[in-house]
Design a protein around this ligand. Sequence first.
Ligand code: UD1
Ligand code: CA
Length: 505
Amino acid sequence: MSDQHPRTVVVLAAGEGKRMKSSLPKVLHPLLGRTLVGHVLHAAAAAAAQRTVVVVGHGADQVRAHLAQIAPGSLPVLQAEQLGTGHAVRIALDAVADATGTVVVLNGDVPLLRPQTVADLVRTHEESAAAATVLAAEVADPTGLGRIVRDESGRFQQIVEERDADERQRAVREINAGIYAFDAGRLREALGKLSTDNDQGEEYLTDVFGLLLAAGDPIAVHLAGDATETLGCNDRVELAGLRRLLRDRINESWMRAGVTLLDPQTTWIDVTATVERDAVIDQNTQILGASSVAAGAVVGPDVTLADTVVGAGATVLRSHATGAEIGPGASVGPYAYLRPDARLGADAKAGTFVEVKNSEIGPGAKVPHLSYVGDATIGAQANIGAATIFVNYDGVDKHRTVVGDAAFIGCDTTLIAPVEVGAGAYVAAGSSISQNVPAGALGVSRAPQRSIEGWVARRRAGTKSDAAARRATGAEASGASEGEPVHEESQPLGSVPRSGDTANE
Ligand code: UD1
Ligand code: CA
């Protein structure tokens, strides 16, 4: 809707949401990638209004701060006391005294509303030249909602709140969704005439409809095709229900776009995330925030991706990634943890129990097992052996490690930053590297091995090790050692002399 008809959007978000029992204002509760009010503002954008006013009250500072982030062009207006939805709209219009044309009013807690429905409501309203148009829905259970009351011939009469309704009116299943379009001038006049003569002693916005009708103004009712769009959120049980509905809607649209979801019930994709064709998403997987999964990638089972880019054909298995970039054809997991600015090049690998932070793993480079990679640049085709630790933190500052192309780091190595291992260099397993290793060199730093012959026969006589050693060497059992208690030495096992370097076995 891009024509230049003057329009103003008013979002009502001052209520407390008591039944949420939360220190967070209701409209700030998150739902698959946006807050409740974020969803409403997204849908409201379809009205193509020149101005958007958001009425804030409970938690006004928090809501204002959020609006500054997600909708900096919107105008927050304070309703210090919540005297009703009519009062809220009156305050909003006072803040935009020159508003003419159409005023679209939306409750701040209807996150499943689609942009298209807002566009349709506005078109219906403007084409019918009604003074006011209400979005209605047929629902199975209208409990707690305002009812659309019609006369015998089906003509609109008024909107009655449940608590003010009689028995006949309560039986009506056509409800007011809390989403409306008004003619600005007619709305202003009617708002000035609202009474508080009702069960809650509030100014009801819904009374505007009865007032306009009595003045002979035309009223329109626009029926929502999908009643779930009009569902509000009053407590956390309803919030969970909305989350499931939105999940199903999102998942269905990705499946129709060519994505395979092996278990849609346990796949949670934020509205802000994207997935390309022929990607396969396995069960228990969350794709959150600004994440994107490219064509043919396989993600899951048991994966969480937040703000993470997954390249075409990559594989991510039982892992957690946040703020990471996984290159095309790369492989992650099982059980990897990618932290912000972990960047894997094409066909790179971060395997089992590998944590990566603020590091580049070059194309085709591999970190297959049990390693921590922090603040590192790893060149193409390098191989990082099991249990390599990039020692990046000296207790005060973080430092970088650079590993050149096709370098080979042996298992159980610590690379103590700042340090550089040159292209094609090798580092011997079990080394502690704190000085640069030139390109093509072997870096080694470990104590020379010694083997003390016969130590087990002397110090562990009678043990199964002793027996095995004797079988292997063909030595006779020593009578002296038979029946001797095991481990009689005072020296604890942990402090036996190192019989050699046993890393990498
Ligand atoms: C309202 C409608 C009801 C409709 C329902 C749909 C009225 C009188 N009733 O009822 O017909 O079926 O929505 O969900 O409008 N708010 C303010 N300031 C206030 C009061 C409310 O900003 O003084 C905001 C709330 O934060 C909320 C919205 O207006 O976002 C609706 O208020 P709420 O109290 O939830 O209205 P309902 O009783 O649900
Ligand atoms: Ca409500």
